[in-house]
Design a protein around this ligand. Structure first.
Ligand code: TEU
Length: 564
């Protein structure tokens, strides 16, 4: 691929100019009436994606899985989950996307497998070939090898009676961690990646990839850490080496990579990006942790308030910090996070205004934007009345942990916490229409459909020219037209302002200004040293605003993109 210079010192690459749409297949569209989304359901909606204007689809796991973690526990990397369809359906989906010039990236989940994967079954039998595929440690059945905690609650170790040893699982006990020190594991993963790349996919999203390398000898972690053991397994000693191996495979195919790396700072990230290990981009988590309590998201103290200046600092650290060192990814939500309009906007009085503001933000920053399914119609968080309504293994594990530690005692004590964080908010079925079950299924949906589907759905959104959906579509188009939105430098204005988030994007002589009133108030914008006299409006979420923003009062959640 030719890499013309973009005029900004950043090499041009196809995936830098792309807008990605993330599909959580279980919740997208069901065609066979079993209440679970499927691949033919996605094929049915390929024109929908084309109309929206996205360039890449990131498909969450569709591999064979017992579904303890909805497909993030893989039983067979080379076959398709029965509920989702067949390999033939998957091939038809790839062809339908490629016909419309939409690329497809798949989820690569290789920190762990399902405990039903053949490798694990043979490993626990001490089969010579697979004995060393996982992290096994000898010891007494009542004393785990160390104090590491699982990200989903409780100890990270489970004693396996069959083998008479402990195995490590940084997630659920049915998700044993692969032993990356074993070169055979790395070879098997690389050959699996090649197998998919040869089928014609355009890249991978790498799941929890900065957990691959664990501290040698499994030393105890700092017992006061939010997640005990975190400094022992995030960004571990051999991570760079393992990533380079994966990148070598991807480079053979000009494939796109986005690597999920929570708990990573900018300087560490730079080591893994372009000039380091060579990853295309990473998903960092600074702005996702901002409203968590001191001990993480399941800490029931002091969580939930969004402090805009702090949020700006977190975003800006990455926007400016990676300049010339690597490419950003930009996301506000995904299948693990609350709905963005409920978390960062106002999902009641100003749902349309705040959802369109968030769209403007997402699509005008430096880095490749990721739109999560349903955000383009402003889908909101749901309300969960009991743990019986929860499917998410993380919510259940974390809440059980709070109960066991005596921090909480019953659902009432955790109601607000669950209703703020549960990953199920993002997983309620896609709302296509006002028909029963939001047009998602003719059967019983696997997870409750949000009751607001009669008002909030694709059909209604597409009928109204000033809707959230049309705003996404226009902003996606604008990003395609304005090189400055892709390759321009980001400079923050008014860092400490409590309501405005404003920045410029500059590429050569071209200077764009984005002004977002991130509040339900009516603050007056002061442009400072930026000359706005000849400003031209490129995008807006209210009727025609005056062209010069300086000295003007902005309406609640008003968002405007100008050319200066
Ligand atoms: O998530 C990894 C991860 O770090 C999550 O724990 C995330 O930070 C948390 O869920 C936020 O609430 C990935 C996948 O995205 C997730 O869906 C999987 O459950 C997990 O890996 C295990 O594969």
């Amino acid at each position: 691929m030719t890499q013309r210079d973009s005029g900004s010192g950043q090499n041009r690459r196809w995936w830098k100019e792309a807008v990605v749409y993330q599909i959580y297949p279980r919740s997208f569209n069901d065609t066979d009436g079993d209440g679970v989304g499927d691949l033919p359901g996605i094929i049915e909606k390929v024109d929908y994606l084309d109309d929206l204007g996205v360039d890449v689809v990131w498909l969450c796991p569709v591999y064979d899985s017992p579904n303890a973690d909805n497909g993030y526990d893989i039983r067979d990397y080379r076959s398709i989950m029965d509920e989702f369809g067949t390999m033939g359906d998957w091939e038809a989906l790839l062809a339908a996307l490629h016909d419309r010039d939409i690329k497809l990236i798949m989820d690569l989940v290789v920190n762990h497998t399902s405990d039903e994967h053949e490798w694990f079954r043979r490993s626990r039998e001490r089969d010579a070939e697979y004995a060393d595929y996982y992290h096994w440690v000898d010891g007494e059945p009542d004393e785990p090898p160390n104090n590491w905690e699982s990200i989903f609650g409780g100890s990270a170790w489970t004693y396996d009676e069959r083998r008479g040893e402990w195995y490590l699982h940084l997630f659920h006990e049915t998700q044993p961690d692969l032993n990356w020190r074993n070169p055979r594991v790395r070879e098997d993963v690389e050959s699996m990646m090649r197998w998919w790349l040869k089928k014609g996919i355009d890249g991978f999203r790498m799941d929890a990839i900065n957990l691959l390398s664990k501290a040698e000898g499994y030393p105890d972690g700092d017992p006061t850490a939010g997640l005990v053991g975190e400094e022992r397994f995030f960004n571990g000693p051999r991570l760079e080496e393992y990533l380079s191996g994966l990148v070598d495979v991807l480079d053979e195919y000009d494939a796109m990579t986005v690597a999920e790396m929570p708990n990573t700072d900018v300087d560490t990230a730079a080591r893994y990006l372009e000039d380091g290990a060579g990853l295309g981009m990473i998903f960092q988590s600074d702005h996702m942790d901002i409203d968590a309590g001191p001990d993480g998201i399941w800490d029931p103290t002091d969580w939930g308030d969004l402090d805009l200046p702090e949020f700006k600092r977190a975003m800006t650290r990455w926007q400016t910090g990676l300049r010339g060192r690597g490419w950003n990814s930009v996301f506000l939500g995904n299948h693990d996070q609350p709905r963005i309009v409920s978390r960062f906007g106002d999902d009641e009085a100003y749902r349309r205004e705040s959802a369109t503001l968030l769209a403007t933000f997402l699509l005008t920053l430096s880095g490749t934007p990721y739109v999560y399914q349903g955000d383009e119609i402003g889908m909101t968080n749901d309300t969960f009345e009991s743990l019986d309504e929860i499917d998410d293994v993380e919510t259940i594990g974390s809440v059980t942990d709070l109960f066991e530690r005596g921090v909480a005692d019953g659902f009432e004590d955790v109601r607000d916490l669950v209703n703020y964080w549960s990953r199920d908010h993002a997983r309620t079925p896609m709302q296509w229409s006002a028909a029963e079950n939001a047009g998602f299924t003719d059967g019983d949906p696997w997870l409750l459909v949000n009751e607001n589907y009669r008002e909030i759905n694709v059909e209604t959104e597409r009928d109204h020219e000033n809707s959230i959906w049309h705003h996404y579509r226009r902003l996606i188009d604008l990003r395609g037209e304005e090189d400055a939105l892709v390759y321009g430098e980001y400079d923050l204005l008014l860092p400490d302002h409590p309501s405005f988030y404003a920045y410029t994007r500059t590429l050569g002589d071209d200077e764009l200004l984005v002004v977002l009133n991130w509040s339900d108030g009516r603050p007056t914008f002061e442009a400072g040293t930026v000359d706005t006299a000849d400003a031209e409006v490129l995008a807006r979420n209210y009727e025609e605003p005056p062209t010069d923003p300086a000295g003007r009062e902005f309406r609640p959640y008003e968002a405007v993109v100008y050319r200066l």
